[in-house]
Design a protein. Structure first.
Length: 196
């Protein structure tokens, strides 16, 4: 509550902006409907039930835990497909290259070194680029949403356990892809070249 003169001095407007109406227990939507009928369409009349519904439907009132679970599950699937599947398909395409290298005198150990180097470079580059992109995206989202949340977040919350699981799955996928490629490189080169 404030005096009209004080409100006019602070806001620069002499008109009354809002009234709070207390009733004898009649529901707020019913009271609002009666006031709209009595006062006409000029004043904007809202009731507490409608205001609560609008407030509850905003971004800050949404429970994001379900969306977070979907996003984290997608990240796990992406980690598996981007590491194991991509490298396995790449190595499968190079069966002929491995077979020709064996015919030219390359040892299985040399081919294994080639495979492990590619796995290491791919995994390290993916981890560095992914961590950088994730950090930049997180910083941007915090900056954008700072005005939405009250109080705003003070720092990023990092789900270390989840990141450890994703990293472990990615490393497992890389190791499996490398072992599959090395096993394929051990096959007799003439057999591989005949099938191609």
């Amino acid at each position: 509550m404030a005096n009209a003169s004080y409100v006019a001095e602070r806001t620069g407007r002499r008109s009354v902006g809002e009234f709070l109406v207390k009733t004898d227990g009649t529901s707020p939507p019913t009271v609002a409907a009666r006031l709209r009928t009595a006062l006409g369409p000029a004043p904007g009349i809202t009731d507490i039930v409608t205001s609560r519904r609008v407030t509850a439907s905003t971004l800050t009132a949404v429970d994001l835990s379900g969306l977070t679970k979907v996003e984290l599950t997608f990240a796990l699937a992406l980690a598996i497909s981007a590491t194991a599947l991509l490298l396995t398909l790449g190595f499968t395409e190079r069966r002929r290259t491995f077979a020709l290298a064996r015919v030219l005198g390359a040892h299985t150990r040399q081919l294994g070194g080639f495979v492990w180097t590619e796995v290491l470079v791919t995994g390290a580059a993916g981890a560095i680029l992914g961590a950088t992109a994730g950090w930049v995206l997180s910083q941007m989202l915090v900056k954008i949403l700072t005005g939405v949340f009250d109080p705003p977040p003070q720092h990023l919350a990092v789900p270390w356990a989840y990141l450890g699981i994703v990293g472990g799955i990615a490393i497992f996928g890389l190791v499996v892809a490398a072992l599959v490629a090395i096993r394929a490189a051990r096959r007799p080169p003439l057999t591989v070249l005949r099938k191609l």
